[in-house]
Structure formats: C-alpha cells, structure tokens
Write a protein that binds this ligand. Structure first.
Ligand SMILES: Nc1ncnc2c1ncn2[C@@H]1O[C@H](COP(=O)(O)OP(=O)(O)OP(=O)(O)O)[C@@H](O)[C@H]1O
Ligand SMILES: Nc1ccn([C@H]2C[C@H](O)[C@@H](COP(=O)(O)O)O2)c(=O)n1
Length: 228
C-alpha cells in the first residue's frame, strides 16, 4: 500500500493442458477484481495467422520471418476476454483442431516467443489493480517477479476426461494421447519450456472440484496481499 493505494497484484498460473488454468484464472480474477490474460490464446492467434497466410508451420525460419507481422490484441476483462488479429475476432477459429495441432511448433520459435512475451509484459504492466496471467512460462520467464506463482497439475486421465467432456464425448484415449504429445513438445522446447518455477506453489487438481481449486487460489492471493 502506497499513499492509500493498493499495489497491483501479479499472479502467474502455469501448468500442462487441461489442468484448469483458464477456468481457475478467470474465476479468481473476476472474484478479486483483477484483469485476466490467456497467453495460450495469443500463441493460438499467431498460429492462426500463420496458417491463414500460408506460412509453412513446419519451417521455423519462415515463422520467424513473419512473427512481427500480425497485430494481436487481447481484451483482459475476465468475464468476457477477447482476442483479435488485425482487427478480426479469432476467439472461435483459434480453438479448432488445425490450430491446436500446430501451436506447439509455432510457439517454439524464439522470435514468436520474444514478440508475444513483450506483449504479455506490457499488458501486465498496465493492469491497474493487478492481473492473473496463465500459461506455460509465466512464472519462469514472462513475469519472474510475480507476487504469487501457482503451478497446476492433474493426472493425464483426469485431464483427458475433462477435455473429452468439453469436446462432446471425444474418444478418451485419443484425447489423452494428444494432451501428452502437446505437453511433451511444450516441455522439451529450448526457449522457455513449460516448467514449474522454483518458488511456485504446486496444486494437484486431480481430485479437486473446480470450485475447490478457485477457493484455494483466492486464499493464496489474499494471504499474499495480507503479507502472510
Ligand atoms: N478441478 C476441475 N475438476 C473438473 N473439471 C475441471 C477442473 N478444472 C477445470 N475443469 C474443466 O476442464 C476443462 C479444461 O479446463 P481449462 O480450459 O481451464 O484448462 P487449461 O489448463 O486452461 O487447459 P489448456 O491449457 O489446454 O487451455 C474445462 O472444461 C473445465 O471446466
Ligand atoms: N505461456 C504459454 C502459453 C501457451 N503456450 C503454447 C503451448 C500450448 O500448447 C499452446 C496453447 O495453449 P493453451 O491454449 O492450450 O493454453 O500455446 C506457450 O508456449 N506458452
């Protein structure tokens, strides 16, 4: 607190796919009056642009050469987050299978990461009350000085069941294999891989309801704010 004004609180939430990062981050931000940033949506948006503009996503040098071209804008209101590329709403297309299958390759390119990381830091710096930022490398690379770092985990079976539910009963085995493959690619890339920061609090969500995870994270933020 400085001159009666609370310092913005920065919360980093990382973890593999389907551990509940987006659902938890949105709810925590809404409950605490903070902004919310889905960094996966930004990597999906730049991947969508590459695909739409005929860039070969298997060619890192072609991706690197185009990385500065798209204008990516994220709306950070937690109850209605938005994402546009060159003014086009891409919130639907970025969730399609074609983008999902190519996003790990595109997001592994250092020029892409540098561009998106700059955007993320600028958004976090301009959040008046604070922000919950979710992704894979937020606590380790993007915001290493975050006030609170959370690393969510869950068994592959629980994550696949959650995703299959979302995809209207998609085959559990295929969903599980796809999750594991994407996590392996995201964890093994050279530049800022998916990783738990040394000072992150790990929360295993396998046997927790979404509401329990939200309550746990809200409590951790409130404790941080109270200086505990
Ligand atoms: N603790 C939980 N128990 C049951 N279902 C959950 C839990 N947490 C999240 N879910 C559900 O699992 C699905 C995936 O959650 P969410 O999109 O928040 O995960 P994520 O970590 O952001 O995934 P990704 O990184 O792939 O975007 C959603 O349908 C969500 O409602
Ligand atoms: N900080 C981040 C966030 C996301 N990515 C990449 C890796 C993911 O597979 C992909 C999509 O993320 P999702 O929408 O599933 O959360 O984006 C990353 O490299 N770094």
């Amino acid at each position: 607190m400085e001159n009666g004004v609370a310092k913005p609180v920065i919360v980093a939430i990382d973890g593999p796919s389907g551990t509940g990062k987006s659902s938890t981050s949105k709810a925590v931000a809404a409950q605490l009056g903070l902004s919310y940033l889905d960094t996966g949506a930004q990597y999906r948006a730049i991947t969508w642009w590459m695909v739409t503009n005929g860039i070969d996503t298997a060619d890192p040098s072609a991706i690197a050469a185009a990385a500065a071209k798209p204008d990516i804008l994220s709306g950070t209101e937690p109850t209605a987050p938005t994402i546009t590329v060159d003014g086009v709403d891409v919130s639907g297309p970025i969730r399609e299978q074609d983008v999902t299958s190519k996003v790990s390759a595109v997001s592994a390119v250092p020029e892409v990461r540098a561009r998106i990381t700059d955007l993320q830091r600028a958004i976090a710096a301009s959040a008046v009350t604070g922000i919950v930022v979710e992704g894979r490398d937020i606590g380790t690379t993007v915001l290493p000085d975050a006030d609170l770092k959370i690393f969510l985990t869950a068994s592959p079976e629980a994550r696949a069941a959650r995703r299959s539910g979302e995809l209207k009963g998609a085959d559990l085995h295929t969903t599980r294999e796809a999750l594991i493959k994407r996590d392996a690619a995201d964890s093994s890339r050279k530049t800022s891989p998916l990783a738990k920061a040394d000072d992150a609090v790990e929360v295993d969500t396998t046997d927790l309801t979404l509401q329990q995870v939200i309550e746990c994270v809200v409590t951790l933020v409130e404790e941080k704010r109270a200086g505990k």
